[in-house]
Design a protein around this ligand. Structure first.
Ligand SMILES: Cc1ncc(COP(=O)(O)O)c(C=O)c1O
Length: 421
């Protein structure tokens, strides 16, 4: 019996992947090395820091014909509900530290200096801004509140009221822009230029590369934690990771490549079929935008333009790209809530489970299984990048709320629906 109901998917191997060369100093200077150590020390010093769990799912692994499967569950990250807490807030910190250095010459600013409001006169005069489909904006708004600056967040047409309220709860001003995520990115950049605000974007474009690198450097902490939590990180054979603009996937790719070189696990990037800009980029051998509504329940992955910085890394370091429909993501959310055998129940949001959904579809498909080298010796890691960041949508899809899932009640498997965004 198949694990998820059958659903069509696309699978593209990256013919340019460098499986032999080391990560290299040129890349390390921009992402990794000392920059990672700095991000790690900084974020670990923040109030409320705790490693998120990396959960073994042996029954699901057995069902999928794999040796092991681990799910790094980011639902509890800093109380914000997603891994994005690591990136946007760290970039806000870095930006404020740079501005303070520029204006005062003090080059050693740490988080405590900002949380104690030592430089309040400077930080309170700074406004940070970004576009978001929810999670990144929440992180930037939280960082702005924690470190004491102003914050204006742009959301696109279909971002839910629940997600907007969650951002506004951190004191940010939230503005809605007509169009899709990419339109909101442009609006944020334009307003910032007019107003003298600072863009803290999770996506990069020509002329805007450094801040998104800080964002990705923050994400790398999640990868590092996971490698310390799985029983034998060197034995991992595959990592499946979801892609929006690609910043997350590139951070995962870079960290694995730097750490394990040619022996790194195979990296499969999974996107919604309506917003598969990374897969299309792999297909064309160049960063390629996809257009249209980008509609998907996987709100965090609803991005049509790859991040320039991210694509550079993925082009050279990612092995394969998949595009999936919405139904397998919804099915996967329900599967985690009503787990197989004795596996623990997990609350995974719409965007959290794309990597897992891609894995389970591929594991069930003879051709994809062979193409990806998945088999009974495979040890797989996936990143569950959010919890129920939109609680109402989660309840509609899973048929129960997160508290009831966590309490471990079995509920009715199959309840719930695939909701339109
Ligand atoms: C929960 C979740 N997972 C994955 C992603 C994808 O990250 P990226 O856009 O860096 O590819 C996002 C982006 O917002 C997200 O919110």
């Amino acid at each position: 019996m198949s694990i998820l109901p059958a659903s069509p998917f696309q699978l593209v191997h990256n013919p340019r992947v460098d499986r032999i060369g080391p990560y290299g100093d040129a890349r390390r200077e921009r992402l990794g090395g000392a920059r990672f150590l700095q991000a790690q020390a900084e974020i670990q010093s923040w109030p409320g820091y705790a490693r998120t769990p990396c959960v073994a799912l042996p029954a699901l692994a057995a069902r999928a014909g794999l040796a092991s499967l681990h799910y790094k569950d980011e639902g509890a990250r800093f109380g914000l509900g997603s891994f994005k807490a690591l990136g946007g807030a760290y970039a806000v910190f870095r930006l404020l530290a740079r501005e303070i250095e520029r204006r005062t010459g003090v080059a050693t600013v740490r988080a405590q200096d900002l949380t104690s409001r030592r430089f309040q006169e400077i930080t309170s005069s700074i406004t940070v801004t970004c576009a978001t489909d929810g999670n990144h904006g929440r992180s930037v708004a939280w960082g702005a509140k924690l470190f004491g600056c102003r914050c204006v967040i742009w959301v696109h047409e279909t971002v839910s009221d629940g997600r907007i309220a969650a951002i506004a709860a951190y004191g940010a001003e939230v503005r809605r822009n007509p169009g899709n995520y990419d339109d909101a990115v442009r609006r944020a950049a334009q307003t910032a230029a007019e107003q003298g605000w600072f863009v803290v974007s999770d996506t990069s474009y020509e002329g805007y590369l450094d801040v998104p690198r800080d964002v990705m450097q923050g994400y790398a902490l999640m990868v590092d934690e996971a490698l310390g939590q799985v029983p034998d990180a060197r034995a991992l054979t595959h990592v499946f990771i979801q892609g929006g603009v690609g910043g997350l996937a590139a951070a995962v790719c870079a960290h694995l490549w730097e750490r394990f070189g040619a022996a790194r696990p195979r990296l499969v990037v999974v996107e919604p079929v309506n917003a598969a800009c990374l897969l299309e980029s792999a297909r064309h051998g160049v960063a390629t935008a996809v257009h249209g509504s980008l509609e998907t329940i996987m709100a965090g992955l609803s991005c049509g333009e790859p991040s320039v910085v991210a694509w550079e890394i993925l082009d050279a370091g990612a092995d394969d790209f998949m595009a999936i429909e919405d139904e397998p993501a919804a099915d996967c959310m329900r599967l985690l809530a009503h787990p197989v055998g004795q596996d623990p129940p997990i609350v995974g949001g719409e965007s959290a489970v794309a990597g897992l959904a891609g894995l389970l579809l591929a594991a069930d498909d003879g051709g994809a299984r062979a193409a990806l080298g998945l088999g009974s010796a495979s040890r797989v890691l996936v990143f569950g990048t959010e919890g129920d960041t939109d609680p109402e949508l989660y309840r509609r899809i899973v048929g129960r709320d997160a508290a009831s899932v966590r309490a471990g009640g079995r509920g009715t498997p199959g309840a719930g629906e695939v909701a339109s965004p």
